[in-house]
Design a binder for this molecule. Structure first.
Ligand code: 0CH
Ligand code: SF4
Length: 325
């Protein structure tokens, strides 16, 4: 419940001041915008229910909003009836998933981010060239399952850490290349790539960085504000890789940082001794949740907001033709 105080500082206002540094860019990226629009357009075009395989993006608010419009979220295709349309999430799927959808003659729309699809195509090309792929990513993440599932078993090996590099069984005579998940820590990945290149000088790098523009821009933005803050709050889900990386980036700057899904999770005691608070949001977190946090903070403090912009983003991805025709 909102405290009965005016929203601006006044002589009688008992709330202490809080300087709020809001990182930009933050929140939705072009791939998330596109994925959510795909579900909304599929609902308009085909009517409810539209099935979605896996959370379209890793955010409960987004998922619940789409559920309210008639989307049904499932983890596997065998939960989708034969006569219903199904959307694949932004994180991408192994080749076996569209293959199964085609076998069952399901109507499917692929909301895989084009930047994830680009990594999928690179994986195919590297295999065609006879290279074994070392894939840098986090085990069990849907994007990792999707990308590793682009190539035959045994031709791609997951590398999670610098320590993993030491245990790889390959030699300097092997044809090797590497690729990465799109939402990794820029700094950690650099260290892993350096370890790979030191052990395997012949290893072929991807043509362009696989970590996407949105991931690196959000990390650079939180880095810019973190050192000047007493606490950083990152809005995102615990299963959101890119959001978790933002917390780590802030912590590595020596600043206390916490992941929150909603404003209601903020405990007043977190703000004790905090004069400057940093705020950002993962690529799957709506701006509405940022405003909700600002409102919540204003219950306890007289908040002065400052947006710190490190770069402007203009990326927009086209929708699949089946939804625009
Ligand atoms: O960061 P991850 O990949 O866990 O996913 P998200 O939180 O749903 O953000 C959108 C990225 C989707 C694919 O790159
Ligand atoms: Fe695409 Fe990057 Fe957004 Fe993932 S985080 S959906 S790869 S733009």
């Amino acid at each position: 419940m909102n405290a009965p105080f005016p929203s601006t500082a006044s002589g009688n206002d008992p709330r202490p001041p809080l300087q709020l540094l809001i990182a930009a860019p933050r929140g939705f990226c072009a791939g998330v915008d596109r994925a959510i629009e795909i579900v909304e357009r599929a609902l308009q075009k085909y009517g409810a229910p539209v099935y979605v395989r896996h959370e379209i993006v890793h955010n409960r608010y987004v998922v619940d909003s789409l559920k309210a419009k008639g989307a049904i979220f499932v983890e596997e295709l065998d939960e989708v009836p034969n006569d219903a349309p199904v959307v694949f999430s932004a994180h991408g799927v192994p080749k076996s998933v569209p293959a199964e959808a085609e076998r069952r003659k399901l109507l499917y729309v692929d909301a895989t981010c084009p930047l994830v699809s680009k990594v999928h195509r690179q994986a195919e090309r590297q295999i065609e060239k006879g290279q074994h792929i070392l894939f840098i990513g986090h085990e069990g993440h849907p994007e990792v399952i999707g990308t590793m599932g682009q190539v035959p078993d045994g031709q791609i090996t997951l590398v999670e850490t610098v320590e993993d590099v030491a245990t790889l069984p390959f030699t300097q005579e092997d044809d090797l290349s590497f690729l990465t998940q799109t939402t990794l820590s820029v700094d950690d990945t650099r260290e892993i790539v350096e370890a790979l290149q030191a052990k395997y000088p012949q290893i072929v790098a991807p043509k362009a960085e696989d970590i996407c523009y949105a991931t690196s821009n959000r990390q650079a933005a939180v880095k810019e504000i973190a050192s000047g803050c007493d606490l950083v709050l990152v809005i995102g889900a615990p299963n959101s890789s890119n959001s978790l990386r933002l917390v780590e980036v802030a912590q590595r700057m020596g600043t206390d940082a916490r992941l929150i899904q909603r404003a209601s999770e903020i405990e007043p005691k977190w703000l004790e001794g905090v004069g400057t608070l940093g705020l950002t949001a993962g690529a799957s977190a709506p701006e509405k949740l940022v405003r909700e946090v600002v409102d919540r903070l204003s219950d306890w403090r007289v908040v002065t907001e400052e947006v710190i912009t490190t770069t402007e983003e203009k990326m927009v991805f086209k929708l699949p033709r089946q939804l625009t025709e």
